[in-house]
Design a protein around this ligand. Sequence first.
Ligand code: ASP
Length: 358
Amino acid sequence: MKIALRACMLAGVGAVAGASLMAQQAAVPPTHHWALVLHGGAGVIERATMDPKTEAAYRASIKQAADAAAKVLDSGGSSVDAVEAAIRIFEDDPLFNAGRGAVFTADGKNELDAAIMDGATLKAGAVAGVTRTRHPISLARAVMEKSPHVMLIGAGADAFAASVGLEQVDPSFFFTERRWQSLVRQLKKEGRPVPPRPAGAPPEPVSELAPMEPEGAHKYGTVGVVALDRQGNIAAGTSTGGTQAKRWGRVGDSPIIGAGTYASNRSCAVSATGTGEYFIRLTVAREVCALVEYKGMPLQAAADQVIHKELQALNGDGGVIAITPDGQMAWSFNTPGMYRARMREGGKLEIGVYNDEP
Ligand code: ASP
């Protein structure tokens, strides 16, 4: 029995059966080694035009978020806890298009979307168009755990956040000069009206900031995390400001369960980034999981099929990160780059930016 238990503890594939066996044993060691994959958005991110300082800053930020999730998982925390912890760090980091640092809508606002899903229970929470909640990912989690609903939008979602004690901020908290100037440049280029500088924004700098990367290079910047915990449960989360200069209350794929975010212990957990309209139409996250669940495809092959065949066929652009309960990790993208990282318990954090890295 001891040998059988040890075998199932160390197993990758087949660990789910082991988990139910061990669920009957009291105080047995954890069944799985934890694992983690993160993304910070996909786009035209190219070595030739990337300035080394910017690249180093992105890598450092990704490491910080990964470390936060690793710490949770290392102390036996759940995959949902790990996903939330890492995304909260991304949301406070102005480099990413999530929380502080989100892109602006055409009328000069930051409207934030986020979702989280627990693969063990299929519970999910999502929010769209929030403007006052500092951590949209924590609000998505609160929707999942403290409301009878799956998705809340706009002012109602912010009101719910306040009612459960989540930090509320003035909308100008999300303002960053870099994103503002990027919006202004885009609107001018397209001959669209430029809205007034938002109330509460810091005074306009005397000279224009140099864009951190070529215009349109990092068009996305959404963040996402998928994790496997030592109990063998997986979770996914995604947070974004959506697409720059969006109008009319546009909502992308990130907060749509099955499109930009999905998790089920029966298959995999996925977080996507890219032009959300394509990801919604293909229900990309669920599609990857369906290929794993019903066709028995290895995770990487499933992710590649959806991104390089199905998304490509619609001329969609972007990528996914994914993880399975048996510890397979994958990423796939059809853009020149995607900020991404992965780590397995006891292993090293691997960070990638360009498409020529492993
Ligand atoms: N998928 C997001 C959206 O369409 C954007 C992104 O990934 O950056 O809202």
